[in-house]
Write a protein that binds this ligand. Structure first.
Ligand code: PLP
Ligand code: COI
Length: 334
């Protein structure tokens, strides 16, 4: 099948995976065609946000085979999110197995090689059952849906404009480090405001002092300093991005440039030659300008992707699509 994704919009594939947790145990889990779920109106996921999710991709290689990128790392982060939401965990091997099953069942929905497209995989868990008081449920659903996708931010990988919001997505000791819906619910309002004003997305500052860049609504933030070092913020309220971890590794071990995890103050932005947003959906999206209050910071690499980010982009996507040798056991060929 010749799949033509339209950016990051949902295209229903043939199968999804679903497994139910009841009486202290998970059932076998099955593939099914219907992507609707019938749940109690009293589900904790609906009222108290007891849920979490993941995002990863399957890539079509030049030889036609399909491969996954760092699926075990998504499985491990999913466990951390489940634990924080007081939900039963899914062992890494069960998670990986379920992802493989659903991708293989939808193999014809993995877009062809050569167009920067892929099959986005969205595992999630929700608290279900009849609950009224505020406490963790005793019943859960673990499901995986997939959709062919193109780029998350509009257009090719040319620099986008970002807007710094005064609102927070997560509290200092809250749930920012895990992938739970509440963080995203809090980011919808500032994201919409940014988009209405022509920006690609909003940038969140650290919730304690509102002086340092934390991350983008749907991706981590990183920069290349004028001295050529890779810099990215470290904070307990930032999502531990698997893409960012990969870029840090590639910067250090392949490009052999220094990697710093440090505060990035708004007033220090002039020290960056290049800036970018990185994540599964965003891949690497260069950032050309950052607007905060009535100030607009323009990065030197504002017309096209800067040279160091370009090298990282080519390495990362090369590994993901099978053109560059897997350096670290990151790839699972199906
Ligand atoms: N930060 C946020 C808020 C995200 O939603 C994502 C996307 O998953 C990321 C960062 C990037 O994480 P990853 O590289 O694991 O996809
Ligand atoms: C991802 O990159 O996988 C994400 O979850 C971001 C999401 C907001 C689309």
């Amino acid at each position: 099948m010749d799949i033509k994704p339209k950016g990051f919009s949902y295209v229903k594939a043939d199968y999804n995976y679903i497994s139910y947790y009841k009486d202290g145990k998970w059932d076998e889990g099955v593939l099914r065609e219907d992507n609707n779920i019938t749940i109690s109106s009293l589900s904790t996921a609906l009222h108290y946000g007891q849920q979490c999710f993941e995002g990863l991709k399957a890539y079509r290689r030049k030889d036609g085979k399909v491969q996954l990128f760092r699926v075990e790392d998504n499985a491990r982060r999913f466990m951390t999110s489940c634990e924080r939401m007081v939900m039963p965990t899914i062992p890494v091997d069960v998670f990986v197995d379920a992802v493989k099953k659903v991708v293989l069942a939808n193999e014809s929905f993995v877009p062809e090689y050569g167009h920067n497209e892929s099959l986005y995989i969205r595992p999630f868990m929700i608290g279900v059952g009849d609950n009224l008081g505020l406490r963790p449920s005793s019943q859960y659903i673990f499901s995986i849906v997939v959709s062919p996708v193109g780029s998350y931010f509009d257009g090719p990988a040319s620099p986008v404009d970002m807007y710094v919001t005064e609102l927070d997505r997560a509290a200092p000791n809250g749930t920012g480090h895990v992938k739970v819906g509440g963080n995203y619910a809090a980011s919808l309002y500032p994201q919409l405001a940014a988009r209405k004003n022509g920006f690609a997305d909003c940038i969140f500052l650290d919730p304690k002092t509102h002086t340092k860049i934390e991350e983008v609504g749907a991706a981590n933030f990183f920069g290349i300093t004028r001295e050529g070092k890779y810099i990215t913020p470290k904070s307990p309220s930032i999502l531990n991005s698997i893409t960012n971890r990969s870029l840090k590794w590639l910067a250090k071990n392949v490009l052999e440039i220094e990697v710093i995890e440090d505060d990035i103050y708004l007033y220090d932005l002039y020290e960056l030659a290049e800036a970018g947003a990185c994540g599964t959906a965003a891949v690497i999206t260069p950032i050309g300008t950052i607007t905060y209050g009535n100030k607009k910071h323009v990065f030197p690499a504002c017309i096209e992707m800067g040279p160091t980010i370009k090298r990282l982009y080519d390495l990362l996507t090369g590994i993901q699509y099978g053109d560059v040798e897997d350096p670290n056991g990151w790839i699972t060929v199906l």
